[in-house]
Write a protein that binds this ligand. Sequence first.
Ligand code: HEM
Length: 109
Amino acid sequence: MLFCAYALHRDPQVFEEPGLFDPYRWLPERVTAAQRKGLFSLGAGRRKCIGDSFGLVEATITLATVTARWHLRPADKRPVRPVMRTTLAPSSLLMPLERRAAAGPAAAE
Ligand code: HEM
């Protein structure tokens, strides 16, 4: 059986303003039971991903670590085109890294 995760993850009956990029919809005070059930990037039921929690924690730590040290900006102004692969991905998105100014006590020295 095949299903379209892209469409289901944008079901207006489950997700408010489904087309909007709104990571805050997942804050504990905003997330709904229907939303939790409605997201299955990691599978569901008996074939649910065994790396579910690990994958999410790893992604969060990686993102926090990289963005704390580097600014990422698109290399050019071309619009980014979404491409459906196993997950939704950008067609091409070159982002040169620019080191952030050091913060904290060491920066004051
Ligand atoms: C964000 C990263 C990940 C995504 C999006 C993802 C996605 C998925 C999905 C959709 C399935 C279900 C496939 C099916 O219906 O047959 C699955 C299963 C599985 N995943 Fe992941 N996964 C991720 C990370 C990981 C990691 C880090 C591990 C191992 C440490 C892992 C190990 C597995 C295994 C072993 C299964 C098969 C479970 C079973 O059939 O009993 N995955 N994954």
